[in-house]
Design a binder for this molecule. Sequence first.
Ligand code: PEP
Ligand code: MN
Length: 340
Amino acid sequence: MVVVMKKGATPEQINAVNQRLLAAGFNVHLSEGVNRTILGAVGDRQRLEACSLEALPGVENVVAILKPFKMASREFKVTNTVVKVGNACFGDGSMPVIAGPCAVEGRELFLETALEVKARGASLLRGGAFKPRTSPYSFQGLGEEGLKIMAEARDITGLPIVTEVMDQKSVSLVADYVDIIQVGARNMQNFFLLKEVGKINKPVLLKRGLAATIEEWLMAAEYILDSGNEQVILCERGIRTFETYTRNTLDLSAVPLVKQLSHLPVIVDPSHGTGKRELITPMSLAAVACGCDGLIIEVHTNPAEAWSDGPQSLIPDDFGLLMEQVRAVKMALSADRRED
Ligand code: PEP
Ligand code: MN
């Protein structure tokens, strides 16, 4: 439910509504717009009538949120959520790019790759320490050793680090090392894991499930928000379709759509989204053009020898070219806006 305050409602009036909602057990989020203030509230609808909110001074109206996702919805919070990690901001109109190998394969290689992507403009480092592999015989990641290597790379480069957590019991371990916790596509509906990452005070990168609808994806985000963590970044990474020339079908229409439905930042992963190195740059540029809040790109110094996802990894020089083109598209978009 959303309580819309009248234009010019006083801070005391807003506070009185807030207090009444809190007293009735609602979870409240305040959005202060230029003209009016909106209070998003989630809780027991039965208790709403007893609150008699409409009778309070300064209240314009009370509107139910009809969508199944409440806290994730635009109605609940009108302004964009900005997730800040170190110097990078997701959702403020900048374009942070997360780059690095699919998996941390060893110390030297990871540190070298980290320096290469930093030199070319990456804002954060990625790397998998716990890998969700289709085959139990494939490389499963270095585990905590991989997290230590990533933390060292952060110390050297100053870039925040992002890695996937695969199960509930590893959440606190992973959270101790990294700056953003990733919930992978295969775990998007692992509700116990979502609740667990909802309890930590670190941003969560929530990937879209392989066969998840946009509503299911936003409901997964709702679990994290409802558990107390408001720092959620959504990631479109392609969905399974009948097409076989690409690994997944990157659903770029999801980006502007989700940004209409939700206040949460949305980034795009064209590596997993296509599975093909030669498609990463064109899809990145398209993602920027359609309003994404960042990119996550797999980069490997020697993709032919990569232990996982080599075919969808860029070499550092090609990543540098991508970054230049991303900047050009960004500039073209802001020039467009200036002419409006
Ligand atoms: C990854 O980013 O390493 C990964 C496994 O991605 P996804 O969960 O999107 O497949
Ligand atoms: Mn990968």
